[in-house]
Design a protein around this ligand. Structure first.
Ligand code: NAD
Length: 311
């Protein structure tokens, strides 16, 4: 059956990735409709009306979008985090929602190390920094991205710890990390790296009490979601602890209070990417885009639902 797949990306994929997505669609005799770099929600609402499937990135898929998508059977988030999709609304309309787990894990892991090195070497300002070897890193969540960071950490000669109540401790151990039994215990280590999804449980969960526990040179790395960290608490800790560092993928809406808290150490103690950069590599775009297209074809042609998300 001829199907139409909408690629709706407010923040477009690299051109190479789009060509590869198109190849997957063509091979299945599907039509790829492109809505890239769109500027208003109305454009998205108009584009979804006649499509069978949709590939998105961080684009918001809410009730309004689903109401217009009268033919749509499946939406795939090319990426890991899916807090931009209203899963309950999808379920109510019998629309399958999926993500493409793991496809951008290495890209995010390399960004983590990029930020760690820039911070440890004082943003290359000519002063003496420190090395990562023998230092400790603790992961909040031990899914695909955390494991990719852990693999690089092993290469750097670091020691890893992890807290993930959904993964048996022996699996964490088998991967070469030391399991810890509470979130609080993570903050006994110099580096804490966040790799949990944004949920009601994790939102604002990283607060003053936890950050205050961190040893000298304590550094929080956040490539999960900005909202996992309690904003006012973070600004207070940056202000009161001159040794503390915050390295984060995605600047908050108002960066000024953070900058004021660290003064001229912006870029060293405090690093924010301008846009979400974790998955912004040619490879991650290719991997996630192609996986999304393949999952759509597999869903229609073979009834595959392996990466379906539950509300
Ligand atoms: P994943 O699903 O592979 O791993 C998430 C892990 O978190 C799972 O192992 C799960 O068991 C664990 N978890 C869930 N709730 C938890 C809780 N309350 N406490 C402890 N552990 C918990 O996902 P991933 O690919 O590793 O990505 C993790 C998150 O990172 C995503 O949800 C997304 O928000 C973010 N992410 C950001 C970028 C980026 O570009 N910056 C790219 C990929 C992922």
């Amino acid at each position: 059956k001829a199907r139409t797949v909408l690629l709706a990306t407010e923040k477009a994929f690299a051109a190479g990735a789009v060509n590869k997505i198109e190849d997957v669609c063509k091979a299945a005799k599907y039509t790829l409709k492109r809505l890239e770099n769109y500027k208003s929600k109305d454009e998205l609402l108009a584009a979804v009306a006649d499509v069978d499937a949709m590939i998105i990135r961080s684009d918001i898929v809410d009730q309004a979008v689903l109401d217009k998508a009268s033919k749509m059977k499946i939406v795939v988030r090319a990426g890991a985090g899916y807090d931009n999709i209203d899963l309950k609304a999808c379920e109510a309309k019998s629309i399958t929602a999926m993500n493409t787990p793991g496809q951008n894990a290495n890209a995010v892991a390399e960004l983590v190390f990029g930020m760690m090195i820039v911070s440890a070497r004082n943003n290359f300002d000519g002063t003496s920094g420190f090395e990562l070897v023998n230092r400790e890193i603790a992961f909040y969540g031990f899914g695909a991205v955390a494991r990719a960071v852990h693999k690089l950490a092993q290469g750097f000669g670091m020691k890893s710890f992890a807290y993930d109540p959904y993964i048996p401790a022996d699996q964490i151990q088998a991967a070469g990390a030391t399991p810890v039994s509470s979130v609080a215990e993570l903050f006994d280590h110099q580096y804490v790296s966040l790799h949990v999804p944004l949920t009601n449980e994790t939102k604002d969960s990283i607060n003053k009490a936890l950050l205050g526990k961190m040893p000298k040179g304590g550094t929080l790395i956040n490539t999960a979601r900005t909202e996992v960290v309690h904003e006012a608490d973070m600004i207070e800790v940056l202000k009161t602890r001159p040794d503390f560092c915050y390295l984060c993928d995605v600047a908050p809406k108002d960066i000024e209070p953070y900058k004021a808290a660290v003064g001229d150490k912006y870029g060293t103690r405090l690093i924010f990417t301008k846009k979400k950069m974790g998955a912004q590599t040619a490879e991650a775009n290719d991997n996630a885009g192609v996986a999304a297209a393949n999952q759509i074809v597999g869903f229609f042609e073979k009834g595959e639902t392996r990466f379906s998300l539950k509300a």
